[in-house]
Design a protein around this ligand. Structure first.
Ligand SMILES: [Mg+2]
Length: 316
């Protein structure tokens, strides 16, 4: 199928409600954010064998691509609005792949309330590369990695380590249940949390590369240190019950990537506000440590001894 036909059939319907997309028939889109709001722009890729498994389905590509990007918007406290998509695919990929990829994007944009405005596609050799640029909206100052202060509490949403545990099992071809697999294939961007953290958090980041690696981004940007209590880390029932060494479970939680939960800091005076938010969102928000006046991220065991990590997180 010609690129033009493919765009018209599969992708133009996703742009219908944004007049400035010109139904994807022009050289560029023209978009105007609502009065008084700022655009928050992020871009992220999903590449076969790096961010998804070799042979991943079109649905898995579309979900991971959308959710990786939305997680970055969540970390800034932004609301999803518009997006564009770039695809590089092998020449022999069947049209059905594009049909499924676009159908999944359609379901995702409906769920998360954003619209397609453009993109580009090429075919050739090699793996499938997909890239999305997401445009979010924000009313107030964005949440930043910079802003953590000495004495602030450190929190994470949800549970830690499930995605990297799932990935390890998937790579070993070990049968795993659907709920655990989805923690890797289909993470949940914490958009509502991000939007509601503005009056509470002093800094925030989404956990994509690994908890310790990502907290290091906060401490570096803020010019502070951090102490993490290992036994405070929220583990899912699934990971708690896994037939592996406790140290391995914590290694998944501390260094495994792909969880796409939010990590944020807030002063102790906000503990009640954080607890109220957790109840309201029905989402665990767990205090796992505090910001210190050092310059390193230290993880302590239950006796207060520092733990040496084999790796902090995913290396780019
Ligand atoms: Mg991020």
């Amino acid at each position: 199928m010609a690129e033009r036909t493919r765009i018209a059939r599969y992708f133009a319907p996703l742009a219908l409600e944004e007049a400035g997309s010109f139904s994807l028939t022009d050289d560029a889109a023209v978009i105007t954010p609502p009065a008084g709001q700022s655009l928050v722009v992020t871009t992220d890729s999903v590449i076969e064998s790096i961010h998804v498994l070799a042979g991943a389905t079109a649905q898995q590509f579309a979900q991971k691509l959308m959710r990786r990007n939305l997680s970055d918007l969540a970390a800034m406290g932004a609301t999803p609005w518009r997006y564009s998509v770039n695809l590089h695919t092998p020449k022999n990929l069947p049209d059905d792949w594009f049909a499924q990829f676009a159908a999944t994007l359609g379901a995702e944009q409906h769920r998360f309330n954003l619209l397609l405005i453009g993109g580009d596609s090429t075919t050739g050799t090699g793996n499938i590369h997909t890239t999305m640029t997401c445009f979010g909206l924000i009313n107030n100052a964005p949440l930043r990695r910079k802003g953590a202060r000495v004495g602030d509490d450190i929190y994470v949403s949800g549970t830690m380590g499930d995605a990297s545990y799932a990935l390890t099992l998937l790579q070993q071809n070990t049968p795993i249940d659907e709920a655990l697999a989805s923690r890797y294939h289909c993470p949940i961007p914490r958009l509502k949390l991000g939007e509601m953290l503005h009056p509470i958090a002093t800094s925030a980041i989404d956990i994509s590369d690994g908890l310790v690696a990502d907290i290091s981004q906060i401490t570096r940007a803020s010019g502070v240190g951090a102490t993490i209590q290992q036994e405070a880390l929220p583990l899912s029932t699934c990971l708690k019950n896994a037939a592996i060494e406790p140290a391995q479970k914590y290694a998944f939680a501390l260094s495994g990537g792909d969880d796409y939960e939010l990590c944020f800091t807030a002063p102790p005076a906000k503990r009640e506000a954080v607890a109220t938010l957790a109840t309201r969102l029905k989402l665990p928000l767990t205090r796992i440590g505090e910001i210190t006046n050092g310059n390193a991220v230290e993880v302590l065991d239950e006796t207060g001894q520092p733990i040496m990590l084999a790796r902090a997180g995913y290396e780019h």
